[in-house]
Ligand binder design. Structure first.
Ligand code: SF4
Ligand code: SF4
Length: 118
């Protein structure tokens, strides 16, 4: 089975975003998209909530065919939590309606993937 062409461009994200470029300060937490992400049928809701340009981008995934799964760029994510649905004390916020995004400590990310080049 072939990998579908990603139909969602990052151009729309760039128009909506307010921040550009790599973060200067390393955030304490980063958003991670889990395997439960389906790509929202080609219209990723999470991209709407993320305030950072080109931070959440579609990435082809054979197990999410025919759409793409979202990936968070760890050098752009500011850890603002706007893409997740779970707020403090169990409150439900906007964000991924499928709870496919979790926040992890940046140190945990770096333990698994190496130090981020800030
Ligand atoms: S992370 Fe959630 S909101 Fe974003 S594309 Fe995946 S399922 Fe949809
Ligand atoms: S935590 Fe904030 S900056 Fe990071 S992916 Fe989610 S919305 Fe974007």
């Amino acid at each position: 089975m072939g990998v579908a062409t990603v139909s969602t461009t990052d151009a729309g994200v760039a128009r909506r975003g307010r921040f550009e470029g790599r973060r200067v300060k390393k955030p304490r937490q980063l958003a991670i998209v889990t395997d439960t992400c389906s790509g929202c049928a080609g219209a990723p809701v999470c991209q709407i909530y993320c305030p950072v340009e080109r931070c959440m981008l579609p990435e082809p995934a054979t197990d999410a065919w025919p759409f793409a799964r979202i990936r968070v760029d760890p050098l752009r994510c500011v850890g603002c939590r706007k893409c997740i649905r779970q707020g403090d004390a169990g409150t439900l916020l906007d964000g991924c309606p499928w709870d496919a995004i979790v926040m992890i400590a940046t140190s945990e990310w770096e333990e698994a993937h190496g130090e981020l080049p800030y």
